[in-house]
Structure formats: C-alpha cells, structure tokens
Design a protein around this ligand. Structure first.
Ligand code: ISL
Ligand code: CA
Length: 661
C-alpha cells in the first residue's frame, strides 16, 4: 500500500539570491522559473529567450535598472523575497511510479445544483444525484467530486459555507449524503467533497461570534483590523477581491475592517491561529468518518498570508487584475499548513488508506506545483493549475479563440519536467470556466468533432483526467442575452464594476457573457422534453434548448460524443499503457498536429489529433495498427479532417520494436 510519512527537508537546496545574482540563477529557482514563465505567458512569449546566454548572464540589479527605464515599478525586490522564502527544489524521484488509485481514476465533477432535481423545486439535489448514479457508472467514471453541498446562504454557489457539518436544505439531508457515499462505494466508485476553508460565510457561527466579541477567541479566527486613525476610510492594504473591488469590508458594528479575498460575505480565515487549523482538522475527520474518500480543496494555496499583510505590488496587480496575490498565492507557511493537514487529518499515523488531497491552486505553476504535490513532500496529491486555460496573452474575459497548439506545447513541456514523484491533473472545464468547445471554435459544424477530440486528448494522456458534467455531451456556452438571465456573483459584480468605471452597459454585458461562470452552471440536459429531464418545475438557472445534445438522444446515437466518451473510458480502464505508459510525442514541432505513442509492456497505442479547423496531411500509420476509435466515419488515410481524432492500437503479439519508423 502506498503510505508515505513525511520527510521534512532540512537542507536548503536553492541558493539565497540577491541583486547581484544572475537571471539564469533566478530562472533555475523553482519559484523563479514559474514566475518568469508566467510573466512571459502573460505577454504571449515563449520562454526560449531565457536560454540566451547574454540574457541569462544579466544581473538582477541590471534587470532592475532596465525595467525602471520603462516603468516606475521595480519587481526585483518583491520577487526575490518570494524566491528566498522557498529553500526546497522538487526532487524527480527514482524508480517506478507508485500506482495509487487516484492515478488510475477518471474523476467526474458534479455541480449538484444543476445535475438533477428530484422534487420539482427547480434545484438539483442529492435525490436527483442518487437517481443518476447508474448513468455515471455506465459512463465509466471512477470518482465523483461534488462542489459544495453544505448549509450556505449560497451567495457564491455554496462556496460560502455557514455550517460544514450540515447539508444545504434544498440539497437534501445528511442521510442522503451517507446513502450517496454507500451507493458510490457499492458501485466501486469513490466520492470526494469540496473543502472550502480559506474563508467561511459571514453567517458562519465563528464569524457571528467574532462580531459579537471581536476581542474574544473568535475575533482572531478572521483578519479583523482596526482603522488607521489618520485615515479611517482607507482599508488596511491595497489588496483586491477576486470578485471586483477592495478585499476589505468595513464592519460598522465593531469598527473594524475584515479581509475577504472573494465576496464581501466570504471573510478569510486566519490560519495563523492554531485554533482555526484545529477546527479544519476536526471537520475533515468528521467527514472522513462518514466515509468520503478525500477533498478537492478550494483555493488551498491562499491559506497562508505574508505576516503584516503588506501592500501588493502595483505592477503585479495590474497584470493579474488582483493586487496582493504575491502575498498569499504561495504564502510562507503554506507547506507547513498542508503537512499538518495531512499528518493530522488526511493521513494520520495508522490510517488504512490516506484520504485524497486535490488542491485547487490558482497561480501555481509547474515547479511550485511539484513542490506542493511531490510524493516525497507529504503535502497535496494533485493540484489544479490553471496556466493552460488561456492561450496567447489572453485572460479569461477576453473574447478570443483558444489555440489548442498552446495546450499541446504546455503539456509536452509539463510532462517532460515530471519525474516519478510527480503526477498531474488533466482538465479543460469546471464550474468556474466557460465551455472549452466554445473557446476553441464556436462554429456548430465542428462541435461534435471537437467534443470527441477534447475527450480523446484527456483520456489517452498520462495524468488524472477530471471531466466536468456536460463535457461528455459536448456542452457549449449559452446564448444568454441579458443580465437578468445570470446568477453568478462574479458576473454580476463584474458587470457593476465595469459600468461604474464608465463602460457602456452593452459592452459590459458582452464582456461578462464571454466568460460568465453561468455557462457551465446551467442544468444538465437529460432529455429533450420540458425541463430537459432536469426538473419538472422551473430551473433555478435556465439553459436554452439544444436539440440532439441531451443524454437520452446521445445515448441512442452510436456515433455521439457521449458514446465516444464511454468507449474512451472503457479503453483506458482496460489498458495499463493508457494510464501509466510513457508519452512519446512525434513531430512535436509540427503546428496543429498532436500525435503520441503510449507504450507499456506489450501494449502500444498511437493517438493522432488535428488541432485545427482545416484538413491536415498525415504520414501513413503502420498497417499492423488497428484503428480502435476515431471521431469520423470513413477516415482518409492520408489526411485528418478538421479536429479529427484517431486512436490506434497494436496487439500484444505484434513486434513493438519495428513500429517507430
Ligand atoms: O473564477 C475565478 C475568478 O475569475 C477564479 O479566480 C476562481 O475564483 C478561483 O479559481 C477560485 O475558485 C474557487 O473559489 C471561489 C469560488 O467562487 C469558485 O467557484 C471556486 O472554484 C471562492 O470560494
Ligand atoms: Ca430539488
């Protein structure tokens, strides 16, 4: 059984850097590497120029001087502080990878409010989910992840928890959660929940007690700060909320400011306070005793903040639209807090099997990700890094076409940097992002091919795939037309902020609609009848009719995207090579073409994708290879149709050595 105890790193591996250090030393540092890669990505550049010897030899002092020619901002001291706080470098590991269950599993994310409604109130619930477990088993997924189902005023899709040990009334009951856990396990499936502990709802009893007695024990559960007597109107620092506006809310009743990195009703918990950590550990254990298999951990990399909460750097704030992030996206005590969580809750001494820790970690790159998940580190198992979700120099609310060639290069580079200690997640969608098909190419004629291509990519690649509900149906963005159709707090706040800044309502709406989280939150279309088989009532968020793309219709069509996903899942489950085999990319430099071998023992696969909307000539594939699954009928051996995907296999008896050329 895979069971590792924590090996604490004592030796500083990364040198301490200062202004006389050279740029290449900065880039050799795991934090420096991720920071530079991110800055270059933001500007739409590749990282190749860093290899240039002249550039690499530049001293940071010179970089500082040069940057001051263009901007008054000097990033160097801020970045040096970030780098020097990280003494460790990732260790690649040696020997074979451990084959833990979560490396073999395909995860399926459920947004329960929009999955299935069992009582006609228009809100998806646990009863509805229980009714559809056979469908999920039939699809072939191994582990469900449910976004929050806890008691909550629901101002942020349940990510504002009022009581971690109770179920939201409209969602169902604790007994149903127990039944769900049991029913999943009876089907050989697992289930994880969402742990939202960077913040609580302001209706949580801890916050209520803090308000009642800010100097009592609960006052220190949050960041409650007195006003500056010189300037009482000014918040304690310049940090901004991810959902627009300052990250501080004034509480007149106690004359203090409170920190909220998300909505004003989501105050951040103060993890410096050991009682907060004890509370989190207790509630995790409580859920583990009920039988869940782990947690997806919401913005878990935000839990440690730089002591003193200093101002964020203006330039970083301008670039990522959220000032202050450098003081919490990879905070000074993050590793320590994660290890404590693992040691005391997820994997305590004597545990039969560790509980899974999947961190949602916005802003974390490949190397810092390895430091958070390495098998020798005793921290997280997996992370969601989001660097691949926008291509070029775009950010989420830009209206642009996502370039799949970018994802190819990202993935090839990412895979090449992983050792046997490392493992990655594979995903395109979740409840916070628009549908990937719409981002890549919204032209309806490509919808089915693209749906199959994205599924083929995720399910034949090495890593742990996370599918989001509806992705297996080739779900696309909604043609929303007005603000009234939206529900999401991020969208509504963004609209308001834009309009307040002088943007016209029409333009603000257009921007919000590009990437509203509501695109992925509309009800699951089970059939083409009224209410889409989701509800007999009025859905809480309405999706448009979408003929041909419901579960029932696709179930009947052998060439549907749904059936393609089912086949992919079956093939992956039956094949160690598709799960663990090496990824051997061919013609990596050829733009628009993504092809790779997966090989292990006596099995070999070949995946071929056309990432573009034009036909693509391809070399002939070895005649001994069998085309096991393809997106198109009567494939042309010499060319791939737009967005065509193919999966070939060699049988065990074939001579695997003669196939490469
Ligand atoms: O969608 C985003 C803002 O543009 C992301 O930055 C997102 O807010 C971030 O990934 C954190 O998301 C998670 O925590 C939020 C919650 O609203 C999201 O639904 C959740 O996935 C606060 O709990
Ligand atoms: Ca309901």
């Amino acid at each position: 059984m895979a069971h590792y105890r924590i090996r604490r790193t004592r030796r500083r591996v990364n040198p301490v850097l200062d202004e006389s250090s050279r740029l290449r030393e900065f880039y050799a540092h795991p934090v420096g590497r991720d920071v530079i890669d991110k800055l270059l990505h933001q500007q739409g550049h590749s990282n190749r120029w860093v290899d240039n010897p002249v550039v690499g030899r530049l001293r940071l002092r010179t970089v500082s001087r040069l940057s001051r020619l263009f901007t008054r901002h000097d990033l160097v001291p801020t970045l040096l502080a970030l780098l020097n706080a990280e003494p460790d470098a990732p260790e690649p590991g040696s020997g074979p990878r451990e084959t833990t269950w979560w490396k073999e599993a395909v995860f399926y994310q459920i947004f329960p409010r929009s999955f299935a409604d069992s009582n006609g109130d228009g809100i998806g619930d646990l009863g509805g989910l229980l009714d559809h477990l056979d469908d999920l088993q039939g699809l072939g997924v191994d582990c469900l992840w449910l976004t929050p189902i806890y008691d909550s005023p629901n101002e942020d899709g349940g990510y504002d928890v009022r009581d971690y040990r109770a179920v939201m009334t409209e969602m169902g009951t604790l007994d149903q959660v127990d039944a769900l856990i049991a029913e999943c396990h009876a089907r050989g499936m697992r289930i994880i929940l969402d742990l939202v502990v960077n913040h609580t709802s302001d209706q949580h009893v801890w916050f209520q007690r803090a308000l009642a007695d800010p100097d009592g024990p609960y006052g220190d559960y949050y960041f409650l700060l007195p006003p500056d007597p010189e300037d009482p109107e000014r918040p304690p620092n310049n940090w901004r909320s991810a959902f627009s506006g300052p990250a501080w809310r004034w509480l007149p009743e106690i004359q203090r400011w409170v920190l909220h990195l998300f909505a004003p009703s989501q105050p951040d918990l103060n993890w410096e306070n050991h009682r907060v950590r004890d509370e989190v550990i207790d509630l995790c254990r409580w859920w583990f005793d009920r039988g869940i298999d782990g947690f997806r951990m919401d913005v878990i990399n935000f839990i440690s903040k730089t002591p003193g909460l200093p101002d964020g750097h203006d330039l970083i704030g301008d670039m990522v639209e959220v000032a202050g992030v450098e003081h919490y996206f990879y905070g000074p005590r993050l590793h320590e807090f994660l290890r404590e969580l693992r040691d005391r809750a997820f994997d305590p001494p004597g545990a039969r099997e560790p509980k899974l820790m999947v961190g949602e970690t916005p802003g974390v790159g490949v190397e810092t990700g390895r430091l958070l998940t390495g098998a020798d580190r005793g921290e997280l198992d997996l992370i969601f890094s989001f660097d691949h979700l926008e291509s070029g120099s775009h950010s989420r609310y830009d209206d642009y076409r996502y370039d799949l060639e970018f994802y190819k290069r990202y993935l090839v580079d990412y895979q090449s940097r992983l050792g046997s200690n490392d493992w990655l997640t594979l995903f395109f969608e979740n409840h916070d992002n628009p549908r990937m098909i719409s981002k890549v190419n919204p032209d309806p004629q490509h919808r089915v091919a693209l749906g199959k291509l994205l599924g083929t990519l995720l399910l034949t690649m090495r890593g742990t795939p996370f599918l989001y509900q509806g992705q297996e149906l080739a779900a696309v963005n909604q043609p929303f037309e007005s603000l009234e159709e939206l529900q999401d707090v991020e969208s509504l706040n963004r609209f308001r902020t834009l309009v307040e800044a002088g943007v016209s309502e029409a333009e603000a709406l257009g921007q919000v609609l590009t990437s509203s989280r509501d695109h992925s939150r509309i009800p699951m279309p089970w059939d083409s009848g009224p209410g889409a088989g989701f509800t007999t009532g009025t859905p809480w968020l309405a999706g448009r009719e979408d003929p041909g793309f419901s579960v029932a219709e696709q179930d009947r069509d052998p060439r549907s995207v749904l059936n393609h996903y089912r086949r992919l899942l079956r093939l992956r489950h039956a094949s160690p090579a598709l799960r663990f085999g090496e990824v051997d990319v061919v013609d990596a430099e050829r733009s628009g073409y993504f092809a790779w071998f997966r090989t292990a023992d006596h099995e070999r696969w070949f995946v071929q994708l056309n990432l573009t909307d034009a036909p693509l000539e391809v070399p002939a594939v070895d005649a001994a290879a069998e085309l096991v699954l393809g997106s198109h009928e009567s494939p042309d051996p010499a060319a791939l149709a737009p967005y065509e995907s193919r999966l070939y296999r060699w049988r065990a008896t074939d001579n695997l050595d003669s196939q490469r050329d």
